[in-house]
Design a protein around this ligand. Sequence first.
Ligand SMILES: [Cu+2]
Length: 153
Amino acid sequence: MAQGKIKGICMIFFIVPFLFLSGCGRLEDSDTLKARKVLNYHQGKFDNEPVSGKLEGGVRVVEVKAYRFFFEPPKIVVNKGEKIRLVVSAEDVPHGFEIEGFEIPGYNIETVIMPGFPMTIDFIADEKGVWDIICTIYCGFGHSTMKGLFIVK
Ligand SMILES: [Cu+2]
């Protein structure tokens, strides 16, 4: 009787940790798999995109034109580690320019870009990823739909 009880307790001590370990292991695996899938998706989606602009003295210069209510080109694609110079011009009315969530030291996102006065923005593309480009100055009824993409691959 007592032996049976001890056996039972031993079984619990053996089985419970085993269940815990296998459970956690499975959870970690599915997360890793999911993360890898997302990564592959993004690589597949953007790695073949042609790079924007042209290299001038080691700097990738991209001319960006802001219109009511879109940016041309709609996608800016650069390589990680490159020095970037964006020359943003307002082609009709005053516009603003922001790469949402991508910090550019020394650039104020509230800067008004006036037609005829292009804005030069210099920075280094030091992080891989995809960000939205938005207009920060109200420019009319379609202002909130005025979006572009900034891709560092
Ligand atoms: Cu606008």
